[in-house]
Design a binder for this molecule. Structure first.
Ligand code: R5P
Length: 259
């Protein structure tokens, strides 16, 4: 791996612990201003010091994030769809590599939609992005199984998605936690991070999710709603951070939730 690519990855995955806590705030690119993300700057202000990197679009980056802030970010570069459109899977690359470099991104992210009518176009887009990433030293994060694909959240399907993403050259993969998650990790030769998905019934459920994922081999989390839609968002990110970087027990993490 070339120096630039290595350097960018080391800003995202802590070299000391080998783990990562990323805060996803890119939801607006197809969901609009969802609850608690109407004003991203306000939402993340207190969470930043406990976050290794943000995941967001160029629009939110330029308009809501202070350029002097010292935080790496993963730039979502795929889009072109919406929650009210005919097919959520109909995505393409809508932000070019030159823009990612101009903005000083530490990685770019693209969704792939395996098992949908747009499987081929999203996988070809991933290949193209990886080629460009190799040229410029930019890691690519492939995001699997968003939207309706969530219904197929089992180890067989997610292993298929993650392995294909890695085979096509993604440097990291973001997926969902599932039963037998270690099978997903074992079959994927690049780091795997988990999304949280829609808000779970309790904050503790989200801590259990993160705890299990780390125990079963995830490199970290790239979570959004289960952190910033919580009334105790600061406690949530502190607790998740302790689980990811310090192997905290659920009991200790729960204490941080209320701190
Ligand atoms: C979905 O496409 C977005 O990329 C989100 O970043 C992702 O779903 C993670 O956020 P959450 O934990 O809210 O699911």
């Amino acid at each position: 791996m070339d120096w630039g690519m290595k350097n960018r990855l080391s800003r995202l995955i802590c070299p000391k612990t080998g783990k990562a806590v990323w805060l996803a705030i890119d939801h607006g690119y197809f969901l609009g201003p969802i609850s608690k993300l109407e004003e991203p700057a306000k939402t993340i202000r207190n969470l930043i010091p406990h976050t290794d990197a943000l995941m967001l679009t160029r629009g939110v980056l330029r308009n809501c994030i202070d350029a002097a802030l010292d935080i790496p970010f993963i730039l979502r570069v795929s889009g072109g769809n919406s929650i009210v459109g005919p097919a959520l899977s109909n995505e393409g690359i809508q932000t070019c590599m030159e823009e990612a470099i101009r903005l000083n991104a530490s990685a770019v992210a693209i969704s792939i939609y395996i098992g949908t009518e747009h499987e081929h176009q999203t996988l070809m887009a991933l290949g193209k992005l990886v080629d460009e990433g190799q040229r410029y030293g930019m890691p690519v994060l492939a995001v699997t199984a968003v939207g309706k694909e969530l219904e197929k959240r089992d180890a067989r399907f997610l292993s298929l998605c993650c392995r294909i993403a890695a085979e096509l050259g993604a440097q990291a993969v973001k997926t969902y936690y599932c039963e037998d998650f270690e099978k997903v990790v074992t079959g994927c030769p690049v780091p795997v991070v988990i999304a949280g998905g829609p808000k779970l019934n309790t904050e503790y459920d989200a801590l259990v999710l993160a705890h299990n994922a780390i125990k079963e081999g995830a490199v970290g989390v790239d979570m959004g709603r289960n952190i910033w839609q919580s009334p105790r968002a600061l406690g949530m990110i502190k607790a998740i951070r302790a689980i990811v970087h310090e192997n905290a027990t659920l009991k200790d993490a729960k204490k941080l939730l209320s701190s």
